[in-house]
Design a protein around this ligand. Sequence first.
Ligand SMILES: *Cc1c(COP(=O)(O)O)cnc(C)c1O
Length: 498
Amino acid sequence: MSPDEFRRAGHAMIDWIADYWAALGEDATAPGEPRLPVLSRARPGDLLAALPQSAPERPEAWDAIAGDVDRLIMPGITHWQSPNFYAYFPAEASFPAVLGEVLSAGLGVNGMLWATSPAATELELRVVDWMAELLGLPEGFWNTSAAGAGCIQGTASESTLIALLAARARALAGDPAADPAALVVYTSTQAHSSVIKAAMIAGLAATPEDRRRVRLIETYGAYAMDPAALEKAIENDRAGGLRPCYVCATVGTTSSTAVDPVPAIGAIARRHGVWLHVDAAHAGAAAICPEFRHLLAGVERADSLCFNPHKWLLTNFDCDLFWTSDRQSLERALSITPEYLRNTAAATGAPAQPDLRDWQVPLGRRFRALKLWFVLRRFGAEALRAHVREHVRVAGAFETWVAADGRFELLAPRTLNLVCFRLAGPDGPETDARNRDLLNRINASGKIYLTHTVLSRRGPDGRASSAFTLRMCVGGSSTQERHVRAAWEQMAEQAGRG
Ligand SMILES: *Cc1c(COP(=O)(O)O)cnc(C)c1O
């Protein structure tokens, strides 16, 4: 591909993306079948059957390749950037962030070491500190502090893992007799599956069901970890000769945005010398607004935390921010220097020039700080706050519409922009089936897309039951009140047909 052909193809692709985002806007209100169903209608194997078995031997014309995007790829796309995407947690994107991705690819650098592109490392140190300040994080987490470290990871799952590895390194440090097999991990029954997966990778669990070294602590109230149960579990394990090592608290659980009591959990972790990691993957973004900063209360007692700008802060996937106040343990867990990576810059060990490979699992790393830098500068913190506030406000409006419709009921308190609800009925298979059916019909319409969870509960008589729960997350990059109102009208209409 010549530079001129690249120029032409590149301009056309940017045009294509701008047209695509424009086309995503209106489907939920348009009559008839949406042109771009939010949830892909591809059947398994559709694309595989259309693709040749082998790679081409000879070059193909760019126009033919680009044309195949519309023909082959688009039918298999679920439109995460649609304003009518309410499923899971969002993966927001924005034009400045897309440009950051383009530039990152265009520079084509690997920022594994400070020396392999000083700008990649130093921009990252600074924008991650910018975000620490916006969230109001204690200075002990900042890159400008003596012992703190903050950087971009791919995902919250990676942050949860490296925090566990750092916790393990700290627990075993200076004690050659310590038994790694005695380490124990604690999190709540509502925590993200990545905590168990981290334990599996770190050798503390063999399978998701292996609970010999992973304690899932019961919740109380609205799905928040019960600190008394945590402390009891830690004390039991210590009495049994085990070594409590790591507790992962969640600020904004995936099922219902429940917030674990971090101040109480932090006090327990301190008391027992246990590493506290705070997983604020989704909800952490809200802490840029002073009125939501209380969600991170107690974080000064944490050893590490993370949140995903790629969920709710308009920064394309992948972008998770990880902070620790114990850089030494992180590096003890992850730093190893073979001869071919030795370089004169690293030898100085200056705090302004860490090798970021020492803070992550892989060696190579993309220049992801560009997109975050572009987003923070092009929007500015005020606009990002307004973005979060508006979603929370509109989710609150949606909640009142649900509450006012006698056919529906709310199932968990709303913390931010997620509403948990269902068609009302007694807990049990019949109510679950009606709701599963409603969800399927809503999503098959192609106009909106939402997903479900199952919330376990205990009745006043103490009996346990569970509820198939619809999750409505108002968090799309361009989602506005009119989209959510149209979505609610869709749901109410579908409920009437059931
Ligand atoms: C989304 C989510 C995760 C996983 O995020 P990834 O970045 O995809 O790994 C972890 N924890 C919570 C609470 C989440 O909501």
